[in-house]
Design a protein. Structure first.
Length: 147
């Protein structure tokens, strides 16, 4: 995981904060930063910029599993495309089957195309132009992300 510049680091912190504020209000799960590595069911290790796991799923893991690389896929993730990232590899990553294990995910591309791409398992990718308000849909009920 490469370090990011100031603008991207600040945007990532804002996104984590938005999800955390919603989560503190609803107490429906747990929020994780890009420093957290998840061991997906297929054995891949991934660390999205922002991740959220439903409370019951997280608490079903053993203490040992929670202390290491959690062996689970987050329910919700956000990946942030920085000004220096190549968009196509990020899009390809989001399209992978292992990423589709996440119930809802978004690729925020504010620097290059000014868009956000929304990914859901078994659904076509939705593209919204920025600025946009995005719903947490049925995964994060009542969550609205202002981009």
């Amino acid at each position: 995981m490469a370090p990011v510049g100031g603008e991207s680091g600040n945007r990532e912190a804002e996104l984590i904060t938005d999800v955390e504020i919603w989560n503190r209000r609803t107490q429906q799960g747990y929020v994780f930063s890009s420093s957290t590595i998840f061991k997906l069911p297929n054995g891949a290790n991934r660390s999205p910029d922002v991740a959220w796991i439903q409370k019951e799923r997280w608490e079903a893991l053993t203490l040992e599993q929670r202390r290491k690389f959690p062996p689970t896929a987050p329910d919700f993730v956000i990946e942030l495309c920085s000004a220096t990232d190549d968009l196509e590899p990020l899009q390809a990553k989001m399209q992978k089957i292992e990423y589709r294990e996440w119930r809802l995910s978004g690729l925020v591309n504010q620097y290059q195309d000014g868009q956000v791409e929304i990914y859901r398992a078994n659904h076509p990718v939705k593209i919204r132009n920025l600025p946009a308000k995005l719903s947490g849909e049925d995964v994060l009920p009542g969550f609205v992300l202002n981009l």
